[in-house]
Design a protein around this ligand. Structure first.
Ligand SMILES: Cc1cc2nc3c(=O)[nH]c(=O)nc-3n(C[C@H](O)[C@H](O)[C@H](O)COP(=O)(O)OP(=O)(O)OC[C@H]3O[C@@H](n4cnc5c(N)ncnc54)[C@H](O)[C@@H]3O)c2cc1C
Length: 291
């Protein structure tokens, strides 16, 4: 398989990348790690006439932290994130999820910005980003704008990015929940997930839930799905009966599309099981951290 003909444009700064995007318009695509774009080009699913390679833009490869945010540059490789002590400390949910992204070869080349911009419905980062209330920084001809993750992901392989815009940074809040968990189910380790689940939980001294967020992936039209039933758990002790009710509510609540890997009914079942397991694990961790 070979891609269609294209012109290759190498840039070494953010302004040059934005200028090239403005110049070549919707016929241009950014090339980051190439782990999603190149296979899609080889299959002729996309045929950009201009490929703007941002790999020399070193300013976009960083992990930094401040009092409010853990900031990750768009060109940061999955592998760098996976190995980062700062990420493990400030966003253990993200650190847990990155290990599920493809295989080591994919994680060595693929980038954080590329995964956000691609918005594969099975991807791990979008679910984590919505669970954490992350933000996406976008740079265009008029400057920067910041979009909450919840509004950034718009549908299958679709985001809030406009043709002349570059994703430059993602920000995760430095303040995190005590309990967290990321789980997914795939046919084989390293494959794209059929369903993903992220949970963030805080508990009080008695073990009652004080804050709870469960987000599912690949069950809601290509965007991460925040489970409504999770909000009703605040104030409760999560015993077996409450968890069983929660799992049943999730099953009723989600309405997944079938895809090449699974029927809608199978995804509903997976969503229910994974949401419950992620929640249980997050609560266990929250109680442990409180002791
Ligand atoms: C075998 C295999 C298994 C995989 N398994 C998984 C998996 O389990 N989970 C998972 O999440 N992913 C998986 N991936 C995809 C991988 O995570 C990619 O790294 C990621 O989806 C895209 O990142 P990239 O840097 O390679 O982007 P590219 O492939 O270079 O680009 C992807 C898209 O994003 C656009 N883009 C890239 N960077 C920017 C930017 N800064 N601003 C604006 N637009 C941009 C490109 O124009 C293109 O449209 C897998 C890939 C392979 C080949």
């Amino acid at each position: 398989m070979k891609p269609g003909p294209f012109s290759y444009v190498l840039v070494d700064s953010v302004p040059d990348a934005v200028q090239a995007l403005s110049r070549y318009g919707p016929d241009a695509r950014i090339l980051a790690g190439g782990q999603s774009l190149v296979p899609a080009m080889n299959l002729r699913l996309v045929e950009p006439r201009f490929l703007i390679d941002i790999n020399p833009v070193r300013d976009l490869d960083y992990i930094s932290s401040g009092p409010e945010w853990l900031a990750i540059g768009a060109l940061t490789r999955h592998r760098t994130l996976e190995r980062s002590e700062t990420v493990r400390r400030l966003s253990p949910l993200l650190a847990e999820a990155v290990r599920y992204v493809g295989y080591p070869q994919v994680r060595n080349r693929g980038t954080v910005g590329g995964s956000f911009a691609h918005n594969d419905p099975s991807a791990e980062y979008p679910v984590v980003a919505v669970a954490c209330n992350a933000q996406v920084v976008i740079t265009g001809p008029a400057g920067n704008r910041v979009v909450p993750a919840q509004e950034f992901f718009r549908g299958y392989f679709t985001t809030a990015l406009q043709p002349a815009e570059l994703l430059t940074e993602v920000r995760f809040p430095a303040e995190r929940s005590a309990g967290y968990a990321f789980l997914e189910f795939a046919r084989r380790a390293g494959d794209f997930a059929i369903v993903t689940a992220a949970a963030m939980v805080d508990v009080d001294a008695q073990g009652r839930v004080t804050a709870c967020r469960v987000v599912l992936g690949n069950v809601a039209g290509g965007v991460p799905y925040p489970v409504k039933a999770a909000l009703r758990l605040v104030g409760q002790q999560l015993d077996g009966a409450v968890l069983a009710d929660f799992a049943e509510e999730v099953r009723r609540e989600v309405d997944p599309d079938p895809d090449g890997n699974a029927s809608a009914a199978y995804k509903k079942q997976l969503a229910s099981v994974l949401a419950r397991r992620a929640l249980e694990l997050a609560v266990r961790r929250a109680r442990k951290e409180g002791n």
